[in-house]
Design a protein around this ligand. Structure first.
Ligand SMILES: Nc1ncnc2c1ncn2[C@@H]1O[C@H](COP(=O)(O)O)[C@@H](OP(=O)(O)O)[C@H]1O
Ligand SMILES: [Mg+2]
Ligand SMILES: [Mg+2]
Ligand SMILES: [Mg+2]
Length: 409
């Protein structure tokens, strides 16, 4: 009897222990463990005591740092534009890079490293040439060390200025991440549309944060676009866009929270307002944007697609991701970028911010086959060819025309 009862006692204890172990294993190994824990806690604790920090879930700090950092970098690029000598060099692929590109990359990376030291950064530029060209390096340093937001608190939030020329070079080189599908990765284009920048056309300072390959935050600083969201697009393509009057807009978006625009100021951030793509009731009336550079996207394919859709208005040509910003605020409707060189892989920093801003403003962005842009494949979009961005309601119709024109080639 005694042995029996001891056994039954033991097995009850064993059963209870196994049950507790199973429950703890279930909660601790589940990917949604923190969520489950918070649901459990909610049943026992007053709601106030378990609220999580909003910055943990909403990317509020990331957006703010990105907007201020982009704003500070645009001040430098605007200054460089008015300088006679822009230190223009030709890179290995024959594309230009200037003092503005290097300086803006250094300033933005400095702010990211100060605020989010663990994050990876995929930036377009590198400092190798500057380490050889001491004269150019010191020219850039002269400007970078003076670059400040006029608002001291905002400047402090960015972590202050870069301490030395060597730190500036090391910041530029910190944009050398290989990217990929895991973790927090920033994609930075310090000047997108360098050719546009040099000719006084549109250009953009672009920054996006991907978390596990999903774009969570996107910011575009467009110094030569009008502040007014409803200003006509035609008037802002082409050259000589740099009269400062009423110009300079900062676009921002966080996944699931919509997209905004605000004046691109020089200190504290201006007031933002939500932006939306225009509803297109008849596709024949749509306005479409494309690159100025015929080598970057096929003007002839794009014109055939427009014809197929019954569009008779000429395209609006402008450099940079200003195109994404312009359609996101409803100043234009479509952005088409069809490949010219079959072997060219688009770079993630040329699209990440614009992709999110357009999607958050009510648009759809895919490649020419209808696949979402894949930012988890490293520094390039090697899984995609071309870009088709349009309001959600007409994207399928535009894509059909794209496939039909490309398919018939
Ligand atoms: N053959 C090519 N096809 C597509 N894009 C190209 C290209 N050669 C360069 N580019 C990219 O096109 C970007 C400019 O885009 P857009 O034509 O819309 O203004 C350039 O950005 P950078 O100016 O930052 O180098 C560059 O990365
Ligand atoms: Mg470039
Ligand atoms: Mg670019
Ligand atoms: Mg660039």
């Amino acid at each position: 009897m005694f042995t029996l009862s001891k056994n039954s006692c033991l097995s009850t204890t064993l059963l209870v222990s196994l049950f507790v172990l199973a429950i703890s294993l279930f909660f601790t190994t589940s990917p949604t463990f923190p969520h489950r824990l918070s649901l459990l806690a909610r049943q026992f604790l007053p709601i106030r005591s378990i609220s999580t920090s909003p910055t943990m879930t909403t990317y509020a700090k990331e957006l703010r740092v990105a907007e201020l950092a982009v704003q500070r970098a645009t001040l430098l690029t605007k200054y460089v534009f008015h300088e006679k000598a822009k230190g223009t060099l030709s890179k290995d692929d024959a594309s230009p890079v200037t003092i503005g590109d290097f300086g803006a990359q250094a300033l933005i990376i400095q702010a990211i490293r100060k605020n989010f030291p663990q994050d990876e950064i995929v930036g377009e530029e590198e400092a190798a040439t500057l380490r050889e060209n001491k004269e150019l390096s010191s020219k850039i340093w002269t400007l970078v060390k003076e670059a400040r937001l006029s608002d001291a608190t905002a400047e402090e939030e960015l972590g202050g200025p870069i301490p030395s020329e060597e730190d500036m070079l090391s910041a530029i080189d910190a944009g050398n991440s290989a990217g990929g599908a895991k973790g927090r990765v920033w994609a930075l284009d310090p000047i997108d549309g360098t050719k546009g920048f040099l000719r006084g056309g549109q250009y953009a300072v672009c920054l996006a944060l991907m978390v596990d390959e999903d774009v969570k935050v996107g910011v575009l600083g467009c110094p030569n676009l009008p502040v007014d969201d409803s200003a006509s697009l035609d008037a802002h393509s082409g050259e000589n866009q740099t009269d400062a009057e009423g110009k300079g807009v900062l676009f921002g978006a966080v996944q699931g929270q919509g997209a905004t625009s605000r004046p691109l100021g020089i200190g504290a951030l201006g007031k933002s307002q939500p932006i939306h793509m225009k509803e297109v009731s008849s596709i024949a009336d749509a306005t479409f944007c494309e690159s100025v550079e015929a080598a970057h996207s096929s003007h002839s394919d794009q014109s055939q697609i427009a014809q197929k859709l019954g569009i008779t208005k000429p395209s609006v040509r402008m450099d940079s991701q200003a195109k994404y910003g312009s359609i996101a605020r409803g100043a234009g409707d479509l952005y088409l970028r069809l490949p010219v060189r079959k072997d060219y892989q688009e770079k993630i920093w040329d699209h990440a911010a614009g992709d999110l801003i357009v999607r958050e403003a009510g648009g759809e962005v895919t490649d020419a086959q209808g696949k979402r842009l894949d930012f988890g494949k490293g520094r390039t979009l090697r899984n995609n060819k071309g870009v088709v961005a349009a309001p959600r309601g007409v994207h399928a119709q535009v894509l059909e025309a794209v496939k039909s024109v490309l398919g018939s080639k």
